[in-house]
Design a protein around this ligand. Structure first.
Ligand SMILES: Cc1ncc(COP(=O)(O)O)c(C=O)c1O
Length: 417
């Protein structure tokens, strides 16, 4: 029941909280400045688009981007490539696991994570997530006991997984860890950048990531030999791999011993990414500001459980995720639709009418068409993902936009029957 015209939900015909479109990457204008445009134009006008032409490494946009990213992350080796998916696959390929190895990954992730495991020739083994949608470390032990040969951890929606616990557990079983840090570029856990805890960290520069070049990605690592193999696999033939080692002797990796997959980044994209990197700290600060502003105002509300970080500040802030505890999928779907009607883009992750690829039971390439059987295999993740509402928090949001979000959540919580 509503008591006044203001409180009547927009989905029931009331006035919406806002009418301006909710800023998201697919509506454009995601933190691109005139300097970024200029950098891409410079690369275009240079007419040298391939990273491995006659120029020395340090004179290419791609080489310079890798060096600057290495400095930013405090790691010795970075490889720019075509996407986050290929960054994960290259990391796994470089680890030289036996073909068809079981590789653990969380059941709450974007479908690109298990896809990358498949691309690398391995078999995804899912691990349950906890109520905060973080990889459940106890269930990871089960997967390792059952023979997982590597772990791909995901910092899903920008929230850090518990890396110290996960790395310690993986070390106990002698298996390497790859961080799918695609959604968390620039986020830190206890002061250390996500992506630098594991053997490899994989990132994307696709449009809604902290560096937006449309498509693209990179990996970071401290292991020179595995790095050299990843470089070769990405498509560095005829001794081009050696250029990545700055005049020092490259590791003894035979570049004819591996297939090459053409996952190289091009010069135009690298120029754009390099320019964006200059303003990454500004963008990260805005993400944190917006996330903290919204969550501080929603924290005390009954009926929603905000996602809690594993350590203070250990998130990027590019999404607001909360659960409607105990709500069934239909109610969550109605809640998201009501929020959207108020002018805030929202999705119930487990909406039965949706084919959201962040819900594992929609991964028919792994489970076939029996979504119920898939859900039964990972019941806790099915429950928690099913209760989750997901709202994108673009870095372009103003505090007025954030106020609208807070008002809309309060209004829908109070008004939805
Ligand atoms: C968790 C996660 N992993 C991997 C990817 C794949 O990145 P890309 O689209 O650059 O291949 C995404 C894409 O959004 C993602 O969210």
């Amino acid at each position: 029941m509503f008591t006044s015209q203001e409180e009547r939900l927009a989905v029931d015909g009331g006035a919406p909280v806002r009418t301006a479109p909710w800023p998201t990457y697919d509506k454009g204008d995601v933190f691109i400045s005139p300097e970024d445009e200029q950098a891409a134009i410079e690369a275009l006008r240079g007419k040298l688009y391939f990273r491995y032409d006659y120029r020395p490494y340090e004179q290419t946009f791609t080489g310079r981007l890798e060096s600057r990213l290495a400095e930013y992350f405090g790691v010795p080796h970075v490889l720019a490539c075509t996407s986050g998916t290929t960054a994960i696959a290259l990391s796994l390929l470089a680890l030289e696991l036996p073909p068809g190895s079981p590789v653990a990954c969380p059941a709450f992730t974007f479908s690109a994570t298990p896809s990358a495991i498949v691309l690398a020739g391995h078999r995804p083994t899912l691990v349950e997530c906890d109520a905060d949608l973080h990889l459940d470390v106890a269930d990871l032990r089960r997967a390792l006991e059952e023979g997982a040969r590597a772990v791909v951890v995901v910092h899903m929606r920008g929230f850090a997984s518990d890396m110290p616990a996960i790395c310690a557990l993986a070390a106990e079983y002698g298996v390497p860890v790859v961080e799918d840090a695609v959604p968390a570029l620039g986020a830190r856990l206890n002061g250390r950048p996500l992506g630098t805890f594991g053997h490899f960290g994989a990132f994307s520069t696709q449009s809604d990531k902290s560096l937006n070049t449309g498509e693209g990605g990179f990996l970071v690592t401290s292991d020179p030999e595995a790095y050299a193999r990843a470089v070769v696999y990405s498509g560095a033939y005829e001794n081009r791999m050696a250029r990545h080692f700055g005049g020092t002797a490259p590791p003894g990796v035979d570049d004819l011993a591996y297939p090459i997959f053409g996952f190289r980044m091009d010069e135009i994209r690298a120029a754009l990414a390099g320019s964006l990197l200059e303003r990454l700290p500004d963008r990260l600060a805005l993400h944190h500001r917006n996330h903290d502003y919204v969550t501080e105002r929603l924290a005390a509300l009954d009926g929603i459980a905000l996602r809690r970080p594993v350590a203070p500040g250990a998130y990027l802030g590019e999404a607001l995720v909360f659960r409607l505890e105990g709500a069934d999928p239909q109610r969550c779907a109605r809640f998201a639709r009501a929020l959207t009607a108020e002018g805030v883009d929202a999705r119930a992750l487990g909406d039965p009418a949706d084919t959201n690829v962040r819900t594992f039971w929609n991964w028919r390439f792994l489970f076939g068409r029996d979504a119920e059987a898939a859900r039964a295999a990972f019941p806790r993740t099915a429950r928690y993902v099913g209760e989750a509402i997901d709202v994108p928090l673009s870095a372009n949001l103003t505090l007025e936009d954030c106020d609208d979000l807070v008002t809309a959540v309060r209004k829908v919580l109070a008004g939805l029957r």
